[in-house]
Structures are given as structure tokens and as C-alpha cells.
Design a binder for this molecule. Structure first.
Ligand SMILES: [Zn+2]
Length: 248
């Protein structure tokens, strides 16, 4: 019973953290400092009441609008809250245990943060990619030196291949489809995934193509970070839980 309560509390914490990360992403886009103070409306800057800060529930009951100015609340807040809660529940209820669970939680948090920032600013901050690198090493470490070496090789091959794709995009098109931030993040995630790296790229590209066929962003450029994050977390979770094997 205590275990279920602890896991449920972790899920609620994920909702709250996801909410904070979404607010940080919105403020990053407006070049505003991310504050730990009281939450405010993105339109009229009025401080939100306690009921208006309850993740998911406040968005649904207010029908996505501010109670004061009726401004449309950016749906990224709901995306951050739902995804944060979902990721926390997956990590808490998964059979992954010990240090691996802690590193998986760090990886999930970093992937969510960088995806939300990419959605708002079309940038993947190097500092978050750096933390993902540390988490990738932490997740590979228990698998032994051979797996770690394969991981580094996969990271190097991914970096070279995606750099070529990026440079070809620059030569053949006015705007390259892939950003350097995507190349760096994918290479770091390859260190975690090793031989399963191609599956991350297949899932990310496939989902990206599906979304692009349904919805074309105003800027004409779809942020690729969230797709890389989703592909990597799906494959990585399979590896950590033993559903997917990278055995040599
Ligand atoms: Zn407002």
C-alpha cells in the first residue's frame, strides 16, 4: 500500500514538474526569466489563484482560457503537465530499479524539458544535452565496458551520419531540415541506445512525417527534438525493462 502511495505521489510530482517546465519554455520564448514565484497568466500577467494552478484540471475547467482576460492559454501547459505525469508514472511503475531508475528519471525530465523548449523556441539547449549525456553514461555504466564502447561508437556514427544529412540539407535547400542541436541530442541518445539507435531515428522520422502530413507549422519548420525524445525514450525504456535486447 505504501509503495502504491509513493508511486502515485511521484506521478503527481511529475504533473507539477511538467507544469513548471512548460511555463519555463513559454518564458524562454519571450526571453523572460523563469521564476519560482507565483504563476501568472501569459497574456495579462495577473497572478493565478490556487485553483487555477492545479495541473490539467484548471486547464479543462477553464476551457483553456484565462479567467481574467479570457486570453487563450497556450496548450503547451497542458502538454507539459500530461507528459510530465505520464513519464513519472512510467518510471515509478516500471520494473527498473535502483540507480538505473534514478538515471531514467533524470533522462525523462531532461527530454521533456528540452522538447518543450524546442517546441517554443526551436532550440535544444546545450546544457540539457550535456545532462542527457551524463544520464546516458549512468544508464550504460552497469552494462559493462563493451556496451559502453558500443554506445560511444553508436554516438560517433550518429554524429557523422546526421552531420552529413545536415550539411546536405544546407547545400540542397535554403533551410536545412535538421538543426545542430538535433545532431548533438541524437548522438548523446545513441550513447544510451547503442545498437538500437536506428530504431530511435526510424520512430522519430516516422512520427515527424506523419505530423508534417497532418499539420504544417507557420514557420515551415517542425521542431525535431520532441520526436527524437519520444523515439529514444520508447526504445530506451524497452532496453531498461528487458523488453528489447542489445545483446551482442
Ligand atoms: Zn489573463
Amino acid at each position: 500500500m505504501r509503495d502504491i502511495i509513493a508511486k502515485s505521489l511521484t506521478t503527481v510530482t511529475g504533473l507539477v514538474v511538467g507544469s513548471y517546465l512548460a511555463t519555463h519554455a513559454v518564458r524562454s520564448a519571450d526571453h523572460l526569466p523563469s521564476s519560482l514565484g507565483r504563476s501568472r497568466c501569459d497574456h495579462c500577467d495577473v497572478p493565478l489563484g490556487a485553483l487555477s494552478t492545479i495541473p490539467i484540471l484548471s486547464y479543462v475547467t477553464h476551457r483553456g482560457r484565462c479567467q481574467d482576460c479570457d486570453g487563450k492559454i497556450d496548450p503547451i501547459h497542458l502538454i507539459g503537465e500530461v507528459t510530465g505525469g505520464l513519464l513519472a508514472a512510467i518510471v515509478a511503475f516500471s520494473p527498473v530499479a535502483g540507480a538505473a531508475r534514478a538515471w531514467l528519471a533524470v533522462m525523462a525530465l531532461v527530454l521533456l524539458a528540452t522538447s518543450l523548449i524546442d517546441l517554443k523556441t526551436q532550440r535544444l539547449p546545450d546544457v540539457l544535452t550535456g545532462i542527457a549525456l551524463i544520464a546516458a553514461v549512468g544508464l550504460q555504466w552497469p552494462n559493462g565496458s563493451v556496451s559502453l564502447e558500443v554506445g560511444f561508437a553508436a554516438a560517433l556514427v550518429t554524429a557523422v551520419c546526421l552531420s552529413v544529412v545536415r550539411l546536405l540539407g544546407e547545400i540542397l535547400r535554403e533551410r536545412p531540415g535538421l538543426g545542430w542541436g538535433d545532431v548533438k541530442l541524437a548522438s548523446v541518445l545513441a550513447l544510451w541506445l547503442g545498437l538500437a539507435t536506428p530504431w530511435m531515428l526510424v520512430i522519430a522520422s516516422g512520427l515527424g512525417l506523419v505530423v508534417m502530413s497532418l499539420w504544417r507549422p507557420k514557420t515551415g519548420r517542425l521542431p525535431f527534438g520532441p520526436f527524437l525524445a519520444l523515439g529514444a525514450f520508447t526504445v530506451g525504456l524497452g532496453l531498461q525493462t528487458g523488453l528489447w535486447s542489445n545483446a551482442l
